[in-house]
Design a protein around this ligand. Structure first.
Ligand SMILES: [Zn+2]
Length: 319
């Protein structure tokens, strides 16, 4: 049969031309979502424990799918339109139902750039998340197109239409509690499934992967971690990393934040410049945490300007 591929080979062979560059042959980019079943009717699609790259297409965040008698519930939508489309299909296949609700945990692009695949009237979050998407969405979009390229084709920022006002939502046999917190960003939405006792923390918890801090308030984040630790749960699904019973993710995130903040403050107080602070060795325990060096260096860049603003006298204020 003369398929397009064979035809290309014939043309290439006849003219003794080298095969077309590999890019022209490459299959269309497709995300392979591999859901892990955690509990009855609850799956997590794990993100790669990496930075956002062209290779992973930005699919680095955990996504949760819950079945309910009223339909599928999806928590976060991934990094692109293409991811969102694959996620919608997966949620329908796993549950055998249409989507009843989509929740967004926060405004970072690896968590909410798949929105376009879903009906905006079903996407719910806090006012703060919507405000963050309005303020920063286009900038995130530019940097995502630059970093991951073709994976992003056709992706646009789509704002949720539902601002959560009630503390719980019922979906037939499932009741989801919405817990607004902050610290990783100005508005982080935590979700708790009262039936299974599964706690979905968004990026307030990272496990075996270094936390990202570009919009962090370290003090608020520690308070939120303490609050999360006070919620009895059977399993915690972090924004990044394995979903486990217990509090290992909460503890590790707190240790990381306290550890690197102390290190960076100490470097600043000793008069090191930003490059010297970035070059400091990380403690031994940080070696087992993915992208620790990369995120530590980014945190130096985020924190140094804040420390300078805190410590240096302002010229417009007389003492
Ligand atoms: Zn985040």
């Amino acid at each position: 049969m003369l398929t397009r591929r064979n035809a290309l080979k014939l043309v290439a062979g006849a003219a003794s031309l080298p095969l077309l560059p590999s890019k022209a042959h490459a299959a269309p980019l497709t995300y392979e979502l591999r859901p892990e079943k955690l509990e009855q009717g609850i799956w997590m699609v794990p993100g790669a424990q990496q930075a956002i790259t062209q290779k992973n297409g930005g699919a680095i965040a955990n996504i949760t799918i819950l079945d309910s008698s009223a339909g599928a519930i999806v928590v976060d939508t991934g990094p692109s339109l293409r991811y969102g489309e694959a996620l919608l299909k997966l949620a329908q296949e796993l549950t055998g139902k249409s989507v009843a609700r989509v929740y967004l945990t926060h405004f970072h692009p690896d968590h909410c750039f798949g929105n376009q695949a879903f009906d905006p009237a079903l996407i719910a979050t806090t006012q703060g998340v919507v405000d963050g998407m309005k303020a920063l969405g286009e900038g995130f979009s530019d940097s995502m197109y630059q970093t991951v390229g073709d994976w992003m084709r056709g992706t646009e920022v789509v704002l949720p239409k539902v601002i959560l006002s009630a503390p719980v939502e019922d979906f037939g046999d499932r009741r989801i509690r919405a817990l607004p917190m902050r610290g990783h960003t100005a508005s982080d939405l935590v979700l708790f499934d009262e039936v299974s006792g599964v706690l979905i923390s968004g990026d307030l918890v990272f496990l075996d992967r270094a936390p990202t801090t570009p919009h962090a308030d370290f003090e608020r984040w520690r308070i939120s971690l303490a609050n999360l630790g006070g919620i009895p749960h059977n399993r915690l699904i972090p924004g990044h990393g394995p979903a486990e019973p217990g509090d290992r993710g909460i503890r590790q995130t707190r240790e990381w934040l306290e550890g690197i903040e102390a290190m960076i403050r100490d470097a600043f107080d000793r008069g090191l410049d930003m490059n010297e602070a970035m070059a400091l060795p990380l403690p031994k325990w940080a070696e087992n945490i993915a992208v620790s060096r990369y995120e530590y260096e980014r945190s130096v860049m985020h924190l140094y300007p804040k420390l300078e603003a805190e410590k240096l006298p302002r010229v417009d204020q007389k003492s």
